[in-house]
Ligand binder design. Structure first.
Ligand SMILES: [Zn+2]
Length: 504
């Protein structure tokens, strides 16, 4: 996306009118400058954004402190280029009064949200993701994603284009392709049969600029430990599935940075763990053999090692109840191409159903409830959590939209709204050892979401988005609506794709 300076002034004017009841003298002045610029500036000038050149001020805003859960009322937030340079009470905070600004009219400012489990380019399963997923994240206030399995070169190109302002999208940290067994289950995977394969894959990914290593379920046991050792040697984090043939406690001890989908937790909380490691597992067995003493012992290990959990609760719920869910009425379906729905999600649904095996619906419903209890149990034991959705491979798990559902699942599990909000703001920053995002504070990158209502009172208020600030760039509600419309149009005119490569 590139825009002329005029377009940005228009954006700004639109946002000003959104917030103010009547045109202020400032707005009139800007209007004058705008018309002057039409005369003086040739239209296709540079693609620089106005907000990267100027100071921008958000006034009359409640700042949500996601560390402590305090609300600071009547604040001003001063943004210079892409950084927050000051935050403070209106009366005592100094800023140039003629700087462009937007009144938040008492809205609530939170840090930009992170979806900590996404797949940006998943083989050929989700064509046109660039025009669909990336803007849908932004529109939903998701300003950062952890990409857990993708085509590295494509994602790196997107990341560069986003940084240059040529493409609209969130901040991206990516594993590149996933390491899986000799016959990988999913696309965008590297087959690993031997310890040597594993070491080589880690080395190649590190050299190629991957941010971390993603493990899948089928890697042979000896290769898993070789990967862990190589990753430690190369100082690159490894995270993902606890592989089928390894205990959760072993992966935690080996330094695995995060576990996904609660894999390994039920196995390790049962006296049948050895049997499960051989592949003979089901949700009904997990439920009947769950042993609180073993669960406590495992929780203590995970807390001691600070092994992060990204339970992908929306997809755990959706996948387990997929045979009784009617997706046809989902209002968000218009934002994704027909092939995602009619081909990929349809085929994957059939595959997921066959995996239910002997677990009947009542068992699966009970298991989904037990997962929430276990999440709260681990949380109380001091195990840290991340919000991630597994979009879009998760069936009808939507880029952006579903992250808000994930926060609601955490609250359903017993997290306070603040704790739920932390899983997508402060915790991702801690997870990545990054000081430059995750809170609304001086010095942080200006990735911010302005809400119409207090998310600490009701976590569903994260969906009431009035504006998004992405890398210092301000998107009013009207701007976001326009982007959504564009996504809808792109979804409609999807170009026909060849059949899937043989991964199903
Ligand atoms: Zn995934």
């Amino acid at each position: 996306m590139t825009h002329s300076p005029q377009a940005f002034l228009l954006f700004f004017l639109a946002s000003d009118y959104n917030f103010a009841m009547s045109p202020s003298p400032r707005a009139l002045l800007i209007l004058a400058v705008f018309f002057l610029s039409l005369i003086l500036v040739p239209a296709p000038l540079s693609a620089q954004y106005w907000s990267l050149q100027d100071t921008f001020v958000v006034t009359d805003v409640n700042v949500v402190d996601v560390r402590r859960g305090t609300i600071f009322p009547d604040q001003v937030v001063i943004i210079e280029k892409n950084r927050i340079v000051d935050v403070g009470p209106r009366k005592s905070t100094r800023y140039p009064r003629n700087a462009p600004s937007a009144s938040a009219h008492g809205g609530y400012l939170i840090p930009g949200l992170w979806d900590m489990h996404v797949h940006l380019v998943f083989g050929d399963w989700f064509p046109n993701a660039q025009q669909i997923s990336l803007p849908l994240f932004v529109v939903n206030g998701v300003t950062g994603v952890r990409d857990m399995g993708s085509e590295l070169a494509i994602v790196q190109k997107w990341r560069n284009d986003i940084e240059d302002g040529q493409l609209l999208g969130p901040r991206i940290l990516s594993s590149g392709p996933m390491l899986d067994g000799p016959k990988p289950r999913f696309p965008s995977s590297i087959p690993v049969a031997t310890p040597e394969d594993g070491r080589k894959a880690v080395d190649n990914l590190k050299q190629g600029g991957a941010d971390f290593i993603k493990l899948q379920s089928l890697i042979p046991r000896d290769a898993v430990f070789a990967i862990a050792e190589e990753a430690r040697k190369q100082e690159i984090a490894f995270e993902g599935h606890v592989p089928d043939s390894v205990r959760a406690s072993e992966m935690s001890a080996a330094g695995m940075h995060s576990f996904e989908h609660l894999i390994g937790i039920f196995e390790g909380s049962s006296p049948l763990e050895d049997e499960f490691l051989k592949g003979d597992k089901s949700e009904s067995k997990f439920l009947v053999s769950y042993d609180p003493a073993r669960a406590s012992a495992l929780a203590a290990i995970l807390a001691k090692n600070q092994t992060w959990q990204c339970p992908t609760l929306v997809w755990e719920h959706g996948g387990n109840l997929i045979d009784v869910t009617d997706f046809s009425k989902d209002a968000r379906a218009k934002y994704v191409p027909a092939s995602w729905k009619d081909k990929t999600w349809k085929t994957f649904t059939e595959q997921v159903k066959t995996e239910f095996n002997t677990d009947d619906l009542a068992t699966r419903q009970k298991f989904v409830d037990r997962e929430l209890e276990v999440v709260q149990f681990l949380h109380k034991a001091g195990v840290p959590f991340l919000a991630g959705t597994d979009t879009p491979p998760g069936v009808y798990v939507f880029p952006g939209f579903s992250l808000h559902e994930e926060l609601q699942r955490f609250v359903a599990a017993g997290f306070t709204p603040l704790e739920a909000l932390q899983t997508a703001t402060l915790n991702p920053a801690l997870f990545f050892h990054r000081e430059d995002f995750g809170t609304v504070e001086k010095g942080k990158i200006a990735d911010l979401v302005l809400l119409e209502a207090n998310p600490l009172e009701d976590i569903r208020n994260t969906q009431k988005i009035a504006a998004v600030i992405l890398n210092g760039r301000y998107f009013s509600h009207a701007d976001l609506e326009k982007i959504l419309q564009k996504v809808e149009n792109s979804a409609k005119k999807e170009t026909p794709q060849p059949e899937h490569s043989g991964v199903f």
